[in-house]
Ligand binder design. Structure first.
Ligand code: 26M
Length: 822
């Protein structure tokens, strides 16, 4: 019998080759002689998408028919990373496609590198959302990831004269083959105006909201395929558009310019991602974005639910809605509004549904990062929601009064409204009262939440609190990004570790095998060589793959202490200058990360890194011993190159400040050792890998509290530590800034006189620890053992484990396997 493969689903090399040629012709409208790399990328992407669509539609059909419980992840950010290579891996067709592409005379790696990554997030929080989407699909959990389709994502970073320059991220300009618009599922979102009460036919008291304007939300769906399963969930991102009927017909007859103004306004709503990883006070557009995507998403859920013939009575049994930080927490008031004003539920019933529906994940303890909206602004934009929040607050404070009679302190500290000075709506408080579970993102973080930020809530509602330690997906962060190491691992223990990361433990059985350790080192050297090549191509700096690759990549923030790392570099520099024959372990210091455009101190740290690099890299007396590299435009794609090549992972935040960290997990998984503080998930990583395989330094949270209570004076450290003094003085002298001693003054003064993040207090401990790292690296056999053990013991930090915990502790959901029909 002759089998003819379908051009859109077939997987033979010949069929794939033909499909690519076909798409090039019929979708890109090109023939090979005039096709660009990008044309070929698109042709290939559509070829892969066809093979994915099958699974996607099947999945959606099963979800509909079986009326399953859906996890709805609400996140203002997703840092997806490139789709093509991830889909090839998850579909299990990387090898076939590679051959088909090569038979077409092309290079797969080149086409993969052509993809413009969707940078719809700032950093850890957005990347976590994408790791969770991968795990949800891989674990066959029905889920939708709701968010915003920013036209411009996180800016591209260039470095000019050592300074960060921001460039608009035009990720959509060449088209996006991975999304499908669903204009038929558009919804309307109201803003502004006022409310009025009325009595309905039965004489019930009701409220209606008469908005000032209405914006339309159009969903764009992207399939998120699980690893070697048929489940493909959706990421549904909303774009805002003008609502023609409203603007052009009813209100603006004859006022053409006025109507166009409104159209422009509506389209601005989802134009750009705010590039801060903390709230910028009082930006109305940001609140509009948040409310817009949350209202679209909740309306979408309700439509899906009612379409399946349900009433909203069992909404909470069919939807588990997770709030990724407070950004979507307006959802609590919005669901109440929809239930009460639109679907006529009584308050008590609506509240019961709402509280059961939501879960809230907190991602930070930094008080300045807590979202609060000025009451005036809030009430102007969302008058009905403010009324609802007042009512929620009134009922909640009644409960507080019962528990703490006469305690006005408690009332004021728990209230949803901050009334200590200017008045604000406290979004974290809204999220806490409106959710049945509240979780932090690492053990320490969840404990500190209960002791500090949400102490009063914990005392009142202890049963709501739980922890889910973050995780990362081993598909993207190992199989996709480090194929060499993945293959070596699979050759020893098979491929099951990719789905069940705990199986990496089996590597421990090979630890005494010198041949295996040799192979391990060879792989590491090969990926270091690749990164060295990239560094040379991009920056013209020559670095040796035999030096210790000491890496810190993450957003620039004072609490993350990139400048502590710099003080170490300068100290080593000074030591060599004092003793030119000093025998030290050669190191390549690699940095990467973006600073918020308005965060001057962070931008100054980038300049400092580059300035120190300029001197160190060109000093003949230093030679090959120290190199400093700042990689511009750190993003997911670049992360995929960097993590596999690292020997040492810098996780050096001030204890108690980093909620979890997830880069720390990616490094360790790829066999880097960590130098880190007692902070976030570092603590749990150390617990897993063993203290002998982790370089711990610095003050612990309680010690920091004590030190602060005594009165911390950074100058004591400066005056009593000659090496610290020398490093600071050298910066101040203008040595790194062509004699301009003032250039780094703001940074230096903030250290000398304030040092909020205790760099000086941790400096000596950090230096001593780095010396232990250098000594350890000299014994390559032992270092390799530690490296293997780091990888072998990373099982806990799979996002699959995190998602299972969310399913059990918070969402009450279980897998729904998808069978393929032919
Ligand atoms: C808020 C309002 C307006 C504009 C921007 C924001 C905003 C955006 C991102 C606030 C915070 C944002 O992100 C915080 C974040 O990324 N937190 C990190 O979350 C990771 C995942 O849980 C943790 O691993 C990190 O430790 C934590 O810093």
């Amino acid at each position: 019998q002759i089998q003819i493969e379908d051009d859109r689903t077939g997987l033979s090399i010949e069929t794939l080759r033909r499909a690519i040629a076909d798409n090039l012709f019929y979708i890109q409208g090109k023939f090979p002689a005039i096709a660009t790399k990008h044309d070929y990328y698109m042709a290939l992407a559509y070829t892969v998408r066809d093979r994915l669509l099958h699974r996607w539609l099947n999945t959606l059909e099963v979800y509909l028919k079986q009326d399953v419980k859906l996890v709805c992840y609400l996140s203002a950010e997703y840092l997806v990373g490139p789709h093509l290579v991830n889909n090839l891996i998850n579909l299990g067709i990387y090898e076939q496609i590679r051959q088909a592409v090569e038979e077409s005379g092309l290079n797969l790696q080149q086409l993969i590198n052509t993809e413009e990554e969707p940078g719809l997030g700032n950093g850890g929080l957005g990347r976590l959302a994408s790791c969770y989407m991968d795990s949800l699909a891989s674990l066959e959990i029905p889920a939708i990831g709701y968010g915003i389709r920013y036209e411009f994502g996180i800016f591209d970073q260039e470095i000019k004269d050592g300074w960060q320059v921001e460039i608009t991220d035009k990720w959509l300009q060449d088209g996006n083959p991975w999304e499908i618009a669903r204009p038929e599922a558009a919804v309307s979102v109201k803003f502004g105006g006022h409310t009025e009460s009325y009595l309905d036919d039965q004489g019930n008291y009701r409220v209606r909201w008469l908005p000032e304007y209405i914006v339309k939300g159009i969903p764009y769906d992207t399939p998120i395929l699980g690893y070697k399963v048929n489940t493909a969930n959706s990421m549904r991102l909303w774009t805002s558009e003008a609502c023609e009927s409203f603007d052009f017909q009813r209100f603006n007859v004859g006022d053409y310019y006025g109507a166009v103004d409104r159209k422009v306004f509506s389209e601005n709503l989802t134009k750009v991602l705010y590039p801060n990883d903390e709230p910028i006070k009082g930006k109305e557009l940001r609140l509009q974005q948040q409310y817009f995507f949350v209202s679209c998403s909740l309306q979408d859920m309700i439509r899906i639910h009612l379409n399946e013939g349900n009433t909203l009575d069992n909404f909470a049994e069919k939807f588990a809605v997770q709030l990724n930080d407070t950004h979507p927490s307006i959802g609590v008031a919005e669901l109440m509004r929809l239930l009460i004003d639109v679907h006529y539920y009584p308050w008590e019933k609506a509240w019961e549904i709402t509280e059961k529906t939501f879960g809230f994940t907190n991602h930070t303890l930094l008080p300045e990062a807590l979202e609060r909206w000025p009451l005036g602004l809030f009430g102007h934009l969302l008058p009905r929601h403010l009324e609802i929040i007042y009512e929620i607050n009134k009922r909640f404070l009644d409960q507080v009064r019962l528990k703490y009679p006469g305690n006005n302190e408690k009332l004021s500290s728990l209230s949803l409204i901050d009334e200590r000075g200017d008045k604000y709506v406290r979004m974290a408080h809204l999220a806490c009262v409106g959710s049945h579970k509240i979780n932090g993102v690492a053990q320490l973080h969840s404990e500190l939440l209960k002791k500090t930020l949400l102490k009063d809530f914990y005392e009142l509602l202890p049963e709501k609190f739980t922890n889910v330690t973050n995780g990362v997906t081993p598909r993207r962060w190992m199989v996709v990004s480090n194929p060499e190491l993945s293959q070596l691992i699979s050759s020893k223990i098979g491929e099951n570790w990719i789905k069940n990361l705990d199986e990496l433990r089996k590597l421990e059985g090979f630890i005494d095998d010198g041949g295996f350790r040799q192979q391990w080192r060879e792989v590491k050297r090969k990926v270091k060589q690749d990164l060295a090549q990239y560094i040379h191509d991009k920056l013209g700096i020559i670095v040796s793959p035999d030096s210790l690759f000491d890496v810190q990549v993450k957003r620039l923030h004072e609490y993350k202490r990139q400048h502590l790392n710099v003080l170490h570099i300068i100290t080593l520099y000074n030591r060599i200058k004092q003793n030119p024959n000093l025998d030290i372990t050669p190191r390549t210091f690699i940095f990467g990360g973006k600073a918020a455009p308005g965060y001057h101190q962070a931008k100054l740290i980038i300049k400092l890194i580059n300035s120190v690099g300029d001197i160190v890299n060109h000093d003949p007396e230093i030679g090959e011993r120290l190199k400093v590299v700042f990689l511009p435009d750190y993003n997911v794609t670049l992360g995929q190159r960097v993590y596999p090549a690292a020997d040492l992972s810098e996780q050096i935040s001030t204890a108690g400040k980093e909620a979890s960290g997830t880069g720390n997990m990616k490094f360790s998984l790829n066999g880097a050792l960590t130098i880190g503080t007692f902070d976030g998930a570092n603590i749990e990583i150390r617990e897993e890998v063993g203290e002998e395989n982790f370089f711990l330094f610095g003050l612990k949270t309680e010690e920091i509290d004590q030190l602060r209570a005594q009165g911390y004076n950074p100058q004591d450290y400066y005056n009593s530590n000659p090496e610290l003094k020398a490093a600071i003085d050298l910066i101040n002298s203008g040595f790194f800034s062509h004699g301009d001693g003032g250039l780094f003054q703001l940074l230096i003064n903030s250290l000398l006189y304030l040092d909020h993040y205790l760099l000086f207090a941790d400096y000596q401990s950090y230096l001593d620890c780095q010396e232990r790292v250098s000594q350890a690296y000299k014994d390559q056999e032992h270092w390799t053992r530690m490296s293997i053990l780091n990888t072998a013991r990373m099982g806990k930090f799979s996002s699959d484990r995190s998602i299972r915990e969310y399913c059990d502790k918070i969402w009450n959901t279980s897998p729904v396997p998808i069978q393929m029909k032919d």
